[in-house]
Design a protein around this ligand. Structure first.
Ligand SMILES: [Zn+2]
Length: 449
């Protein structure tokens, strides 16, 4: 039995440190919700990345239980192949499916991975992974027609966010934000719903593109202005929604200023774990066909974190590490990463690595053998090879001023319960249960530590 109506507004990549420090001065609507309700850190999953983080939030499962370790999925036993994740990777018991079985209706906009859009009891609009040429982007089709009519400029992701100049990126993100809220508000008026979830990817993109490296560690003017617009949109929407509505503002992970990145495959090559067919001189992009797999024990995938795979006999096509030696090899690698990651100038870099069983209750699919965090995620991981250096101050895939952080946010407002303000840390996988309880009308929707 569904007794309450719940609105969830997702602000992709919103960091607890900046949002809470600035809301009293700059974000009156968020401040009001937080102090009349509860707020705290929503601690992201490992890795703290959009995929799998939203899926963890809405399923209650960790990435290992989902078998989702990032945007790109490595099929078991492959070196080069990586498949972009899609809605088919989600389990069948997502929050909206549970709600449908209880007789409730959900409207879901932009929760990744949700392309191609699955049919649910209610309506669903696909996410940032929607291809530009996609023809089916929402279920039912009437919602797609409404989208085209109400917000023809709607963007699934901020187009070209890594290549636009500052002013163009800001304008693009703002236009996308307004289109998204205009459409969401119209849909909320027209369709019946018990649960409404809409996420804004612009928050993440604006930080990646416009976070000012001013030494303060805080956002800087452009990002703050964007969030002020977000706050304004939220305030306008809430003014037209029913008074007994429960409201959540959440993010899937946090963010922090970037310090560049390190070449993890280059480090593996220098230490003899990775062998190339021919030693190349200059920098080169990662190319599995140039690796001598018969002599390679481990290699890495890059991104906001590193993922190291061991070349295991019987598991990889040309595996050479015996399965019985896996544990010892991983231990050896971890020790070397922790003690021996030294840049060319002699600077030691803090590297933490984890095996899946330390992080997950299960490890389905092709889990990385080691998840690697460099300098507390301030440094990202490059896949390419550089004989001249292990470090670069800039992202190899375009402009990027922000890296990810585990500390996302939650703000929970229930007009029928007086909140207690600051509530500490809530794990991202706990939110599913909170939302279920609230929809059922049970009191005390969450407990944070
Ligand atoms: Zn994200």
């Amino acid at each position: 039995m569904i007794r309450r109506k719940v609105l969830v507004i997702g602000l992709d990549g919103t960091p607890a440190s900046c949002l809470f420090a600035e809301m009293a001065d700059h974000f009156p609507n968020l401040y009001r919700l937080a102090h009349a309700g509860d707020f705290g850190i929503l601690r992201s999953c490992d890795p703290p990345i959009t995929v799998p983080a939203w899926a963890c939030m809405m399923s209650g499962k960790d990435p290992g239980e989902l078998g989702l370790y990032g945007f790109r999925h490595r099929p078991r036993g492959s070196y080069g192949k990586r498949e972009l994740v899609h809605a088919g990777f989600l389990p069948r018991d997502m929050l909206w499916q549970w709600l449908g079985e209880q007789g409730g209706r959900a409207i879901v906009i932009g929760v990744p991975p949700s392309y191609p859009p699955p049919a649910i009891r209610g309506a669903l609009v696909s996410c940032l992974l929607t291809p530009r040429a996609a023809t089916a982007v929402a279920q039912p089709r009437s919602v797609q027609t409404l989208l085209a009519a109400v917000a023809p400029e709607y963007q699934f992701d901020i187009r070209d966010f890594r290549s636009l100049d500052d002013a163009a990126l800001f304008a693009q993100a703002l236009s996308a934000l307004r289109a998204r809220f205009r459409f969401a508000r119209e849909l909320a008026r027209r369709e019946p719903w018990d649960l409404f979830i809409v996420t804004d990817i612009g928050a993440d993109r604006v930080q990646h593109g416009l976070w000012k490296l001013d030494g303060s560690g805080r956002w800087g003017e452009a990002v703050r202005r964007y969030y002020a617009m977000v706050d304004d949109e939220i305030g306008q929407w809430l003014a037209e929604l029913p008074d007994d509505l429960c409201v959540w503002i959440v993010s899937d992970h946090g963010a922090q200023p970037s310090r560049g990145g390190v070449y993890l495959n280059e480090w593996l090559r220098r230490r003899g774990w990775l062998k190339l067919r021919a030693e190349s001189g200059g920098p080169s992009a990662w190319a599995p066909e140039s690796v001598d797999w018969e002599r390679t024990r481990a290699w890495a995938e890059g991104g906001y974190i590193g993922r190291i795979y061991v070349n295991v006999r019987g598991r990889e096509p040309s595996g050479i590490v015996e399965p019985r030696d896996m544990e010892r090899v991983c231990e050896e690698l971890r020790e070397a990463l922790a003690n021996d990651f030294i840049l060319d100038g002699g600077l030691r870099v803090r590297v933490q690595s984890y095996v899946p069983r330390e992080l997950y209750r299960d490890s389905l699919g092709a889990a990385p053998d080691l998840l690697v965090y460099v300098d507390g995620l301030r440094l990202r991981v490059f896949e390419g090879l550089r004989s001249d250096t292990l470090y670069a101050p800039r992202n190899d895939s375009g402009r990027d001023h922000a890296n990810h952080h585990h500390d996302g946010v939650f703000v929970a407002y229930d007009p029928k319960q007086s909140g207690r303000g600051w509530r500490g840390v809530l794990p991202i996988t706990a939110l599913r249960q909170c939302l279920e309880q609230q929809l059922r009308g049970d009191p005390a929707p969450f407990s944070a530590s």
